[in-house]
Design a protein around this ligand. Sequence first.
Ligand SMILES: [Fe+2]
Length: 658
Amino acid sequence: MRPWQHQGGFQHELLVLGDPVHSDAASANQDYHGPLSRPPISPAKRNFRWLDMIRGSAILGIGGALGHDANAALLVDGRLISASQEERFTRIKHEWNFPRSAILDCLNRAGLGPERVDVCAFAEKPLQSLLFDQVGRPTSRLTWLLAKLVPEEWVDSRFPRHTQPWSPMTYVREARRMFPKTPFRFAWHHLSHASAAFAASPFEQAAFLCLDGKGEDISASIGIATGKRTKILYELPCENGLGLLYTLVTYYLGFDSLGSEYKVMGLAPFGEPTFVQKLRDFAPSDANGALRLTRHVNFTPTSMSQAIDALARHLSVAARKRKEPLSNAHIDIAASLQTIFEEEVLKMARFARKATRQTDLLFCGGCAQNCVAAGKIRRSGLFNRVFTSPVSSDMGTALGAALLVHQELNSSCGGKIDPNGFYLGCEPGDAPLEASRYRLPIGGTVHKTAARLLAEGKVVGWVRGRMELGARALGARSILGDPRVEDMQSVLNLKIKFRESFRPFAPAILAEDSAEWFDAEGPSNYMEYTAYLLPKHRYSVPAGLSGLSERLHFPRCRLPSVVHVDYSARLQTVRRSVHPDFHKLISEFKRLTGVPMIINTSFNVSGQPIVRTAEEAWQCFRHTDIDYLVLNDAIYDNPNDKTREEKTSWARQFEKYS
Ligand SMILES: [Fe+2]
């Protein structure tokens, strides 16, 4: 396998079209004509100066052009105004098409028209991605030279007919229609990840480990982020893809819809890692976590399908078809994959520590959503502090790209944002008219009433305020339950979420009480990592439990719905300062029950994007067995006017994305 490649003179820094501009240099010379001060297409036509932009800039980030999770984010004068995911508008999970609706939502929130956007910042380099797609192999040095030598204005003038719906070129073309006079900038994909992580972190300077499927032609990068610079020092080419291996095995296990890797992570604790050696023979690695599949694999359907066949032959276990029962061998393969993933990530983190000599780490990129691995890095002691990006997957890259441009234009600015609990989307709007018939009288506050209903074992939909950015529901679009109820996990999974029974739920726990229940290593405001239930709360488990069902249903503690079979839990520690409204609700629940946590799962059914509007919440409510719906400041009873068949048929429309 190829080892980590030191970038040396080829460092990916910021936008890498010449040296980054420094504000002091810029302000000292109003005629500065460095790369950023150069108008990108025609100065005469645009009548535009980059230096004007520094004084009052609206920077629109656009991300998702690599094939999933299209998203947008808007910074005005360095302040994060809004960030949205396109899937929340089109209702197609992981939407890959150009994020037109998300962009308009961001602009509406700021009260700006498209003509008021000073620059569009893309979270991918289109020419470099195109080159990789054409060649099918990483071309690191050539990629870098391309970024240095080819003017960015060529991107939308020389490649107009590239027609893949999600390609970076298509994104550029669509954006040009929407923003005919706006300059475009293109950030390296991994720098976009790192930048978003850094801006939300408490660090002034840190190493970053970015790990995903692919960004341009690399799969992993290690670098340093500060308020003034974000640069990649080492990188691994796509073929060294730990993310690629995880995706391949995920598909092999029959979870073949985009973004299903977390299901394998959830399945892993039920198995034994008996296939580790065989998987390692298929994808050996070196001491620093540079792993390489023994056959060439790309993220294309044909390539993946051939690789799945090869993997089945190698493991001597047939690939599982979607919806087939899970065999013990398949569960053990999931456990083995997760074991390898954790070991490799730890090797990479160790290398990052040595290579950067930094004491704090940012863990980002799509693979950072593996909250079990994130927890392992924290507990490893390799770094003093570890911050896992709350928007680690591509849905946070628009934010990162916008921040990079802002950082480049204002190099003294520090590049920090106030994520406000990552409630960066829109409000739900008013309840539909028909809901008024089912509105309940509230004695006291909505929090008190909802807490009482939860304590009575009811399932409550909770839709209040601006919605969350990212994959997790953080208490703005959530389905809530009482973790003490023994069968709550199967009720929620099978009757409400319409998903696999083994999938665990996350506890949202008051931050001030988390240490009493879990071995929490610092805050997890955004469900970034898993912690383990303290031994004093565990029940003893008899030896000899076998099979998924037996292991799943044996109660392991007082709060069986939020603790996995290995006593792990993906915590959301809820702080009053970060999530005040949600904190108030859980505090009321604690007052009634003595338990400082509730189940928090996203408000959707399997395969459906999280609900955004009041209308979407109402429809999901009516077609599931959620008992009550809190919508803004009102509580509604479920009309229960749908048959089981109607409910399952409604949920089936999302099945292909589940
Ligand atoms: Fe990515």
